[in-house]
Design a protein around this ligand. Structure first.
Ligand code: FES
Length: 161
């Protein structure tokens, strides 16, 4: 007489056990997936790929005497003064806006807060705390003018052609 109850109890225990096993296996699968994702993140190289800081400004004869040429894309000026060629950053030393050469005024002007600079980068007026930064410029073996935007110069340095 007690036999059906025992069988039902056994079936209920079995299905409960199966449910716990499934929950356990599911939990292990989720933990393994998480460990795999975090393991990959940990082992993958954490490298930021940036373009080269060296700009090829082309042949020096592209820059006529007494000229200021702005390269918008790389944010530099190539100036051909009486002493030779030199390169300056076009980034304003106030808050980092991109300045612009104003040929009609013969100055470099910042559109953000009105700083103005001479063609050698020295400040005329405005909130910029420092002159524009001179950058290392040199000739390659092929005779191209190269500008290293990651190498600010402490002293003025000219490239003579
Ligand atoms: S960013 Fe150039 S004056 Fe402020």
């Amino acid at each position: 007489m007690n036999e059906p109850d025992t069988r039902e109890t056994k079936n209920a225990e079995t299905s409960r056990r199966q449910a716990f096993v499934q929950i356990g296996v599911g939990s292990i699968c989720v933990a393994c997936a998480g460990a795999t994702v975090f393991g990959y993140e940990f082992l993958a190289p954490n490298v930021l790929y940036e373009p080269s800081p060296i700009t090829n400004a082309g042949k020096p004869d592209r820059y006529p005497a007494d000229s200021v040429t702005q390269d918008q894309q790389s944010g530099i000026y190539i100036v051909h003064g009486p002493e030779g060629l030199y390169a300056m950053s076009a980034v304003c030393t106030h808050l980092g806006c991109l300045t612009a050469w104003k040929p009609e005024l013969g100055i470099v002007a910042c559109p953000c807060h009105g700083s103005k600079f001479r063609r050698d980068g020295s400040k005329i007026e405005g909130p910029a705390p420092r002159p524009l930064v001179w950058l290392k410029a040199y000739l390659s073996d092929e005779g191209d003018l190269l500008v290293d935007r990651s190498s600010p110069l402490e002293q003025k340095q000219y490239v003579r052609t």
